[in-house]
Design a protein around this ligand. Structure first.
Ligand code: FES
Ligand SMILES: [Fe+2]
Length: 332
């Protein structure tokens, strides 16, 4: 990706909160490496993974008393990436201004570490369910998929692949035709569609649904938040509700972070882990399919053959195209 990319002004989930505990974490977004660590009061700091002195790899350093120490000559960086100590200089010597690291936007939300490589022009996607006491959140690990984030979002918005790609989990061959849904604002954050779907509810799928017959119908809504997040809600007839939030972040053109977070309104202490495992199996079916596809999703109008069921992806591509062609001046 070129410098000055409009995508640099948006938030990406790059790690789970537990990945940034004791030591520094190295992450990569659009081919650039960054380091994230926590200061003594647990405040997150993010900076380029390159020491201001001789470009030492900061993520190979250690965090002591909230300061990140460069492994090369031991310079120490504290809150907001400020250089606090240069061991080779006398204590009374002023620290050069250029010794401070940049302090890039980083936040913790929904058990995830969100990072923005440049000044943020939007907020981290808002998931209102996280404030609802009836729901419990279940986090899963951060994964790396060898495919473009553009292909991942296209897949997350797609219902037509369920009977085929997900035949091993919840997909049901009998239900091939995708209803002609209407796109709309689902709330202030997500844009997508509501639909009802008939799914396989045998075996492990019963843990998700809380029981019922082997084939059930449920109401779903699926929508995106630019650039690479999708929320999918499921409401079962027995009152069980689940929100599945999926998000991708481009490490490079063909490599992406991926994680999902679940919220459920049933007793997750009983079935939580099994539900996570079921969703992980579903994600694995997608990963295997998508890792066979090279390069980014074609974005140009008319580049792909789109049918009625691709409406949401078409709209995501239209909005994504306009996002990536934004005038950088207007974002500064
Ligand atoms: S390169 Fe980091 S202290 Fe010298
Ligand atoms: Fe899928």
């Amino acid at each position: 990706m070129v410098a000055g990319n409009p995508l640099d002004h948006y938030w990406y989930a790059v790690a789970t909160a537990d990945q940034v505990q004791e030591g520094p974490l190295s992450i990569e977004v659009f081919g650039t490496s960054y380091v994230i660590w926590r200061t003594g009061d647990q405040t997150l700091v993010a900076a380029e993974d390159r020491c201001t002195h001789r470009e030492g790899r900061l993520s190979n350093g250690v965090v002591e008393s909230g300061c990140l120490r460069c492994p090369y000559h031991g310079w120490e960086f504290g809150a907001q990436g400020r250089c606090e100590r240069i061991p080779s200089s006398r204590v009374e010597t002023a620290i050069p201004k250029k010794a401070h690291l940049g302090n890039l936007p980083v936040e913790e939300q929904y058990g995830l570490i969100w990072f923005c490589p440049n000044k943020a022009v939007a907020a981290v996607p808002e998931l209102l369910v996280d404030n609802d006491p009836a729901f419990t959140r279940l986090n899963t690990g951060m994964q790396i998929w060898n495919c473009s984030a553009t292909r991942m979002i296209d897949n997350m918005l797609d219902v037509a692949h369920f009977p085929f790609t997900h035949a091993g989990t919840f997909g049901r061959e009998q239900e091939l035709v995708v209803p002609n849904f209407k796109l709309k604002e689902l709330d202030d954050t997500f844009y997508g569609y509501d639909y009802s779907v008939v799914v396989n509810n045998e075996g492990d799928a019963k843990k998700m649904s809380g029981g019922g017959s082997d084939v059930i119908s449920l109401n779903m809504s699926t929508g995106f938040s630019l650039p690479f997040s999708v929320r999918s809600t499921m409401s079962y007839e027995n009152g069980i509700e689940q929100t599945l939030f999926m998000t991708a972040a481009p490490i490079s053109r063909e490599r992406s972070y991926f994680t999902f977070v679940l919220w459920r309104n049933d007793d997750v202490t009983v079935v939580g882990q099994e539900i996570v495992e079921f969703e992980l199996a579903v994600a694995e079916e997608d990963r295997k399919m998508l890792e066979q596809l090279k390069g980014e999703l074609a974005l140009g109008q008319g580049d792909l053959v789109d049918v009625q069921s691709d409406k949401a992806s078409l709209e995501w591509r239209r909005r994504y195209r306009s996002l990536i062609s934004q005038d950088l001046e207007s974002l500064a």
